[in-house]
Design a protein around this ligand. Structure first.
Ligand SMILES: NC(=O)c1ccc[n+]([C@@H]2O[C@H](COP(=O)([O-])OP(=O)(O)OC[C@H]3O[C@@H](n4cnc5c(N)ncnc54)[C@H](OP(=O)(O)O)[C@@H]3O)[C@@H](O)[C@H]2O)c1
Length: 302
């Protein structure tokens, strides 16, 4: 039977993959840090030796961008050394490695959207360690697909949408950055993409080439209409507008837009994080994130 190894099960992308990958007729081994710590070389080698995956989906990551600034070694271990260990084992077995990366590998100073071949120049530790992870994979392996994505939200775990929903229950001012731009992406769409890549690999239909693909939610940003994406403040207003359907009132009344400088977060973030999805669009079309937001809020409010 065709075998898939998934890491980082308890994360939001891991959960979304679990919900969508069952019933495909594959033998799937789901792991999280408790069962497979991707930074533990002996454990990684033992799991590969016993399970012999055809495809490895690495949904594990150190994703706390601000904490990473003071926890550099831990971020490097999970985001760079872990993918390196997975890549070495994939190379030995001839397995495909599907890995997630981020728009934070770029410095955000581009005047247009980011394409796959743009030169990375991360501004923070998270971005630097994610770029290192990409570089290790590329140095060890030719059978890889790296999906660069951005602003992931879902009904699982902690993300911008769930944070806004919990802030909406408190009647306090909510300051949101209005000069960083990006594309929200539904974790379920990333999971469906991974399923599609795996099907393609199994059937050897060759729709996906090995290499890098940008994939993020469509709001015209970087995809077809080429508009300028949305700011975190726009994203917050979209969430509160949706919430207003369930709890009528002025749901967004406590929102205030602030500049990056006024917000003063620990890690520096790119102002332009808009990924251009032209490469992947003909194979797997990015979907309207607002529709997915509606779905997530409907689930959360049920
Ligand atoms: N979220 C975004 O907006 C975003 C954007 C672009 C790219 N990505 C990338 O997408 C991937 C998944 O992101 P996500 O949003 O699903 O993150 P997440 O919700 O933080 O999930 C990451 C998972 O990895 C686990 N993990 C941490 N260290 C591990 C280790 N050593 N071995 C095995 N598992 C480990 C975490 O466990 P603990 O919770 O116990 O630490 C968690 O379950 C990451 O590579 C991330 O960089 C995310």
């Amino acid at each position: 039977m065709y075998r898939l190894l998934v890491t980082g099960l308890k994360g939001q992308i891991g959960q979304a993959i679990k919900d969508r990958i069952e019933h495909q007729g594959w033998d799937v081994l789901f792991t999280d840090i408790d069962t497979l710590d991707i930074t533990n070389d002996e454990q990684v080698a033992a799991v590969f030796k016993a399970f012999k995956p055809d495809v490895v989906i690495n949904a594990a990551g150190y994703t706390d961008v601000d904490r990473a600034e003071h926890d550099v070694a831990a971020a490097e271990y999970v985001n760079a050394y872990g993918p390196y260990l997975l890549a070495i084992q994939c190379h030995k077995l001839g397995s495909l490695l599907i890995h997630f990366s981020t728009e934070y590998i770029f410095n955000g100073r581009n005047h247009s959207t980011y394409v796959e071949t743009d030169t990375p120049a991360p501004l923070n530790v998270y971005g630097r360690t994610k770029l290192q992870g990409e570089q290790y994979i590329k140095a060890c392996l030719s059978h890889y697909i790296i999906i660069r994505t951005s602003w992931v939200f879902s009904e699982y775990g902690r993300n911008f949408v769930t944070t806004m929903l919990s802030l909406s229950r408190k009647d306090a001012p909510i300051r949101i950055v209005n000069d960083q731009f990006g594309c929200p992406t539904y974790a379920g769409d990333l999971a469906n993409l991974v399923v599609d890549i795996t099907k393609d690999h199994q059937a050897e239909t060759g729709r996906y080439q090995f290499g890098d693909y940008n994939f993020c939610g469509d709001s015209g940003c970087g995809n077809s209409s080429g508009d300028s994406g949305v700011s975190w403040l726009d994203f917050a207003y979209a969430i509160f507008d949706e919430l207003d359907k369930y709890q009528p009132g002025e749901q967004g009344r406590n929102l205030t837009g602030v500049t990056t400088e006024e917000y003063a977060s620990i890690a520096i973030r790119p102002k332009n994080g808009i990924l251009n999805c032209h490469k992947i669009s003909p194979i797997f079309r990015p979907l309207d994130w607002r529709r997915k937001l509606r779905h997530v809020i409907a689930i959360t409010m049920a």
